[in-house]
Design a protein around this ligand. Structure first.
Ligand code: ADP
Ligand code: MG
Length: 375
């Protein structure tokens, strides 16, 4: 896929650049999680490149889902602090997303300066892709650059609407993501899927599974599969066993039964009410199925990594990949990336994607609104 990237002729001294980044990082007790291969860190090179061209850089991201209302707990201020530390320059957070005062503050910027808009989702128009809101965003800048791969599957104002009103380009990180994810898979190709968000992930598995030689399932996503296979369900997984998901799991099983691997043992919590993780025998099984893999694609943790009892298998598989070093191995998904980074377990991956849902959608051949707008 070809998308427009900017060159020296497009951006010069004083150009106001609206740089859409994806700094939607996990938060824990009000603090953001920011690692060296995380989304904030990965957005740094483009900002530096733009500053070096003398641009006036206007950063914008969403954080969490405040649903169109101002929520001080979801202010981008901690993100700006993290950016400042990495950039070693000031990142002033403006008071709001759009409006006269925001426009004025931007006009007062010097070339090479960086400001940041407040959380885009403080405004209802963002998720609604509202025309008036998109126009107000466009008024802030001369050029639009999209570096927010993780948000490209959303038809939101800062991803899609704004591109109608400004010369629009892909940033370096977006370009790199597309390049890394556009390669033909090397075989044997093993797909590892975990995490939650079942209703979006199972249909994607249905498509992506075709390219894979093996599919290993863990996390909450394996539960409808266990049910569909009529295997014993040791717990009542509240809310994780919707009939619709079981039905789509059945369809996936029908297509791919010879290459699909589900857990053979599970770790339960003390009250035996929840599945915390896949068990040690499953880790052994998955490890042996991963032997000789030339390419691995992994999305979503194998267990509830937020709890001490839910982390072992995710860590064990990441360690195995750092030892095996498949020729190509891609990890994507906010929670999985953040967790493995904290544990210093990203060594086995050749590409750490800034997209979770966006990565899966792209790989399964969906047209992403944010990318279509840049062709
Ligand atoms: P990613 O962000 O890596 O794409 P998801 O957002 O799909 O992953 O899912 C991450 C979440 O999945 C984690 O919060 C984790 O607690 C949850 N999860 C993993 N295994 C289970 C399970 N067995 N039951 C419930 N939730 C689970
Ligand atoms: Mg997630």
């Amino acid at each position: 896929m070809r998308i427009k990237t900017w060159t020296t002729g497009d951006i010069g001294i004083g150009t106001r650049v609206f740089l859409r980044i994806d700094a939607n990082v996990p938060m824990k007790k009000g603090a953001i999680e920011d690692g060296d291969r995380g989304r904030i860190a990965q957005s740094i090179p483009e900002i530096i490149r733009l500053c070096a061209h003398g641009a006036r850089v206007i950063l914008a991201t969403h954080l969490g889902d405040p649903k169109g209302k101002v929520d001080a707990k979801l202010s981008v201020k901690p993100i700006a602090k993290a950016l400042e530390k990495r950039l070693k320059r000031k990142v002033l957070v403006l008071d709001g997303v759009i409006g006269k005062h925001v426009e004025k503050a931007i006009l007062e910027m010097e070339p090479g300066e960086v400001v940041m808009l407040e959380n885009l989702r403080f405004e209802k128009g963002e998720e609604e892709n509202d025309t008036a809101f998109a126009k107000s965003l466009a008024r802030l800048a001369d050029v639009y650059v999209n570096n927010a791969f993780g948000a490209c599957h959303r038809a939101h104002a800062s991803i899609l609407g704004i591109t109608k009103y400004l010369p629009s380009f892909a940033g370096g990180l977006l370009h790199k993501e597309i390049k890394e994810l556009s390669t033909v898979p090397l075989h044997p190709f093993v797909l590892i899927m975990g995490g939650a968000k079942l209703s979006t992930k199972i249909p994607i598995l249905d498509v992506l599974g075709k390219k894979a030689d093996k599919i290993l399932l863990g996390g909450a996503i394996c539960l409808p599969f266990l049910k569909a296979l009529e295997l014993p369900m040791p717990v009542k997984p509240h809310g994780l066993l919707l009939p619709a998901d079981v039905a789509s799991a059945k369809a996936v099983i029908k297509k791919y039964r010879t290459k699909l691997f589900v857990p053979i043992d599970l770790v339960l919590d003390d009250a035996e009410e929840r599945v915390l993780d896949v068990g040690p025998d499953t880790v052994k099984l998955f490890s042996s199925e991963l032997k000789g893999a030339k390419e691995v694609l992994w999305n979503g943790p194998m267990g509830i990594i937020e709890l001490p009892g839910g982390r072992k298998s995710t860590e064990a598989i990441a360690k195995l990949l750092s030892r095996n070093k498949p020729r190509r191995s891609i990890l994507g998904g906010g929670d999985s990336v953040d967790y493995l980074e904290k544990k210093n377990l990203l060594g086995g991956f050749t590409h750490v994607s800034t997209g979770g849902g966006a990565m899966l959608a792209f790989l399964s051949g969906e047209k992403l609104p944010g990318l279509e707008a840049l062709r």
